[in-house]
Design a protein around this ligand. Structure first.
Ligand code: HEC
Ligand code: HEC
Ligand code: HEC
Ligand code: HEC
Length: 305
């Protein structure tokens, strides 16, 4: 991949240092959070996100008052703005600083593209993302529902037919999930752990009860340009559930590096997003995929600072 990048600024953002020489950086924290988390959607306007510096898109929102914007950023806003942009471990005050930064950029009418270029994941993805209508893929995304509404009984889940008696005979998910290991996202079950610990025993073949999966232990590391940790794609956890043909060759050519994968595509329900956010843990759980720390070298610079 031939993406260009300005590393030093990013390295500083990772290390959480204030960039030296930033003349009018009144809101370094806000910018750092924006560059790290919010940029994934707010740079290119993924799924209808108001773009950074787009005064027109922000005007009606700013009119609603800063508290309303804080609320949306902290708690999320349907249909596609996740609580804290998915970075639930970031303190409230820092998220608010990111909102302040975005509001200021809108009021400045800042040259959006130029301002965000350094971290620009979505900016790079932009050409592939026309101002698309809201992707239907996202309507399934459980992360956008409050925790209390995530696992309704089958007749109320919008998936099963409430007029079918069989639907009422199904066990409600919450009752089933009670004994399974917890996760913070999706339907709140850590399915990988549940399978590893033999707490569930999904049947591999519809017709042959004795059939077992061919589990392949091969990790593929995808280097991520930008401040996010690299992505480790694990074959093991996937092939424990899924036959190779679920992914190869239709979703992914089986060759390391042969596939173009981007967050924009994933958010639109392609590539990893064919499953993640629908039948596997959602895209809000950045760190489960972005799990490999980069070997960042500029420690030297930081000390010299
Ligand atoms: C996964 C994509 C995504 C990420 C990541 C994301 N946003 Fe958003 N954001 C959206 C979308 C989509 C909207 C538009 C929601 C709507 O009003 O339809 C939005 C709207 C907003 C709004 C306006 C809300 C309103 O009430 O009008 C604010 C403020 C905001 N985002 C802040 C943030 C901040 C701060 C971050 C980073 C911490 C962030 N967003 C990360 C997708 C995202
Ligand atoms: C959930 C999706 C998924 C499933 C299921 C899956 N793979 Fe893959 N596979 C991938 C991805 C993603 C890559 C990396 C492609 C890239 O880097 O562009 C990959 C890469 C590969 C590669 C290339 C390795 C290399 O070093 O070049 C081989 C070979 C492969 N897979 C074989 C298999 C086999 C055999 C199975 C079944 C036992 C399987 N895959 C199941 C997603 C999957
Ligand atoms: C299901 C796995 C998965 C999840 C969850 C995930 N990512 Fe990614 N992300 C990827 C993959 C795969 C790439 C592409 C890496 C490459 O270039 O090969 C990527 C790339 C990126 C990039 C680089 C620019 C781009 O668009 O390609 C950024 C920035 C990024 N992700 C941010 C995030 C943030 C922020 C979150 C959480 C809101 C997140 N990701 C959640 C898999 C994931
Ligand atoms: C065909 C469906 C499918 C595709 C495509 C897919 N996944 Fe998954 N993935 C799953 C399922 C199912 C699980 C196990 C259930 C869960 O964790 O929610 C899983 C689990 C994982 C895990 C393991 C989490 C853990 O707890 O150990 C990671 C990491 C992951 N996926 C990353 C990716 C990345 C990165 C891509 C794209 C390169 C991708 N997946 C593509 C279905 C898929």
């Amino acid at each position: 991949m031939n993406r260009t990048l300005r590393i030093p600024a990013l390295a500083l953002a990772i290390l959480g240092c204030a960039p030296f020489g930033a003349a009018h950086a009144q809101n370094d924290k806000g910018k750092a959070i924006y560059d790290k988390v919010c940029v994934a959607c707010h740079s290119a306007g993924i799924a209808g996100a108001p773009k950074l510096g787009d005064a027109k898109a922000w005007e009606p929102r700013i009119k609603a008052g800063i508290d309303a914007l804080y609320e949306s950023a902290l708690k999320g806003k349907a249909p596609a703005m996740p609580a804290k942009g998915g970075a639930t471990d970031v303190p409230d005050a820092d998220i608010k600083a990111a909102v302040d930064y975005m509001v200021a950029a809108a009021k400045d009418g800042a040259p959006a593209a130029a301002a965000t270029a350094p971290a620009g994941p979505a900016a790079q993805a932009a050409p592939a993302t026309p101002t698309a209508p809201r992707p239907a893929a996202l309507s399934f995304n459980r992360l956008l529902k409050p925790a209390s509404k995530r696992n309704p009984p089958p007749p109320e889940d919008g998936i099963h037919d409430p007029d079918n008696d069989g639907t009422h005979a199904l066990q409600p998910p919450l009752q089933v999930f009670e004994s399974l290991p917890r996760s913070n996202a999706g339907n709140r079950v850590d399915w990988v752990k549940a399978l590893d610990n033999n707490l569930i025993g999904p049947r591999w073949d519809r017709t042959d009860p004795a059939a077992a999966p061919v589990v392949m232990d091969l990790n593929i590391v995808r280097e991520v340009k930008g401040s996010m940790p690299d992505v480790v794609y694990p074959h093991k956890q996937h092939t424990a559930w899924l036959d190779c043909s679920n992914c190869h060759p239709q979703i992914f050519i089986p060759q390391k590096g042969a596939n173009q994968i981007s967050m924009a595509a994933i958010l639109l329900g392609q590539k990893c997003g064919v499953c993640h956010g629908k039948v596997a843990f959602p895209v809000s759980e950045c760190r489960i995929c972005h799990s490999k720390k980069k070997n960042v070298m500029p420690v030297k610079n930081a000390q010299a600072n």
